[in-house]
Ligand binder design. Structure first.
Ligand SMILES: [Ca+2]
Length: 566
């Protein structure tokens, strides 16, 4: 939790209002995290936030020369590969000798690194069990048995993982497999540090079509090549109180007020209306008033802005690197986000991801638009609001040029790569490990215990249902199926986070101005124009030509994913 407090903000006037349960969330919530399900919940957001570098080095460059010597019979073939761009001034020469045609016999040892804590459990978990959150974990020993590959695992603090990874990539090169947040793609994939996987994917017939476009192309690819397989999917979903939405008295009250049936909102206008309807009265009859909705303003502020902006056809940058285009859509997105705050619980600006989840699972709000975690948390049965009381739906959207666009921002997430420092003769074994994790992901993703969320259709299809049931014994089949269906719908409508070097700098600026607009310090229009100006300077500082080149490589992936405007 301390990791999440990086951006402490002055409470606004709403914080001063008296609210018993709200205080229970903010004050008790932090303490409760130390115990029970909260501590182990499938939730990687805080770790992610802490992990984002405040500033990416701006002046450094890297030249890597990799010399591979292959001995084929009597002939010796030498290949030299140079990787351009990126983060540190390093010149490394690696000489590897391999005998082609005689793959290594015996056991292979590989060094694996992943962020520490519950996100490490799919690899190593001493408490692996037949059911519950430890179900399906602990794959490393199974890999050792089945493939003869011994993984030497290392857990690193997500708050410092980026610098640890870059120091190793540009230095000793001991890591063979790295699990990291795709926000580093610009540095790691754009920097040429990962082995292209396309050849192996073809050889081992890995079905990438099982991965929705946003993960396949934006998490895992760069400049037209595949470099990673997913380890953790993330998306925003709309959650609503299914039991309350089904209440006939509440339904007729809604209909008489708005002239339409109460249903999960499909547009942001409907979302505003439904939030207004549920705000400030006791709709669950417990003697306390509830609220319309809540979103995470504290940790990853720009994400809730991007759900809206992307659904208005907005872009991080256009082809010429102009920020947040079209700018008027960015203003509209921010205006709508500001309007929404009238229907959120007092103190919401101080709510991070966990408090937002609590608003739903403790019965404080009728809806929330947030991370995948709410479903499994409610499904755990550990909270006052149970799994079957919570419905999951596709995020709302906007009608743009006659078409309803509904994009779910897919920030955070995790991917697995093979580093270019891995000796040639170990790369195929490393790929087998990635493939093993990919193939077994339907077993370990359903756990609400680790931080991993669905990233493929087979994890959300009927075949995965038995695993979800085993991992979540307190959750009904109907509740699980509802969640799986909505998860697939949301990631199929996924929109990427920014994956350029300096991503943290850009999004910190955006978040700062979003908060100033939300607290009424400046207008949404000023907030956007100031963001645009600051983003232009960041791009200049980071090197305009380099950023443009990397962004063009990204645009290729947006196009392959079908989310770049025609
Ligand atoms: Ca109530």
């Amino acid at each position: 939790m301390a990791n999440m407090s990086k951006k402490s903000r002055e409470p606004n006037e709403k914080t001063e209002l008296k609210l018993t349960r709200r205080q229970a969330i903010t004050k008790v919530g932090a303490a409760a995290i130390g115990a029970g399900i909260l501590a182990i919940a499938g939730w990687g957001t805080a770790a992610y936030y802490a992990a984002r570098p405040a500033a990416v080095p701006t002046t450094v460059e890297k030249t890597v020369t990799s010399t591979v010597t292959s001995t084929v019979g009597a002939a010796t073939v030498t290949t030299t590969v140079s990787a351009p761009a990126a983060t540190k001034t390093v010149t490394a020469t690696k000489t590897v000798t391999k005998t082609v045609g005689a793959p290594p016999t015996g056991r292979v040892e590989l060094n694996l690194v992943c962020d520490a804590g519950h996100n490490y459990l799919p690899w190593f978990d001493k408490e692996e069990a037949e059911s519950g959150g430890h179900y399906g974990q602990n794959q490393a020993p199974k890999i050792a048995d089945a493939l003869g590959i011994d993984l030497v695992g290392e857990e690193v603090d997500p708050g410092t993982e980026f610098s640890i990874y870059m120091a190793d990539l540009t230095g000793p090169g001991k890591y063979n497999i790295i699990v990291y947040f795709p926000t580093y793609n610009g540095d790691i994939l754009g920097g040429g540090w990962a082995v292209p996987l396309d050849e192996y994917i073809e050889k081992y017939k890995v079905n990438l079509y099982d991965i929705p476009p946003v993960y396949r192309y934006l998490y895992c690819s760069w400049g037209g090549k595949t470099y990673a397989l997913p380890y953790d999917g993330d998306f925003h979903a709309l959650y609503y109180r299914k039991d309350i939405f089904a209440d006939s008295e509440i339904r007729s009250k809604f209909k008489s007020k708005y002239g339409r049936d109460l249903e999960p909102p499909k547009t942001y206008d409907e979302y505003l209306q439904v939030a207004e309807f549920f705000n400030g009265w006791d709709w669950d009859g417990d003697g306390e008033d509830e609220y319309g909705t809540v979103e995470d303003f504290k940790d990853l502020t720009w994400g809730i802005f991007f759900d809206r902006f992307a659904s208005l056809g907005g872009l991080w940058f256009d082809e010429d690197m102009n920020p947040l285009t079209p700018n008027n859509a960015a203003v509209k997105a921010l205006e709508d986000l500001c309007k929404m705050t009238d229907y959120m619980p007092p103190g919401f600006l101080e709510f991070g991801a966990l408090e937002v989840f609590d608003c739903m699972t403790k019965g404080i709000t009728a809806m929330t638009l947030t991370w995948p975690d709410v479903g499994p948390r409610a499904g755990s049965g550990e909270f006052p609001v149970k799994g079957d009381q919570v419905g999951t739906a596709l995020v709302p959207g906007y009608t743009v040029n006659g078409k309803l666009l509904r994009y779910s921002w897919t920030g955070v997430g995790r991917v697995m790569i093979i580093t270019v420092n891995t000796p040639e003769e170990k790369r195929e074994a490393a790929f087998k490990v990635l493939k093993w994790m990919y193939d077994t992901s339907a077993f370990w993703v359903p756990s609400g215990l680790n931080g991993e969320d669905p990233f493929s259709y087979s994890q959300t299809g009927a075949g995965a249902l038995p695993h979800w049931k085993k991992a979540n014994p307190g959750w009904s089949e109907e509740g699980i199926s509802d969640y799986m269906k909505a998860a697939a719908e949301n990631f199929a409508h996924g929109y990427p986070d920014l994956y350029l070097p300096g991503a943290a700098q850009y999004t910190d600026v955006l978040s700062r101005y979003i908060m100033m607009a939300v607290t009424g310090e400046i207008s949404p229009s000023d907030a956007i124009s100031r963001t645009v100006e600051e983003w232009k300077s960041i791009t200049k500082d980071l090197g305009e030509d380099k950023q443009k080149k990397l962004w063009k490589e990204q645009i290729k992936e947006y196009k392959r994913a079908g989310i770049w405007p025609e």
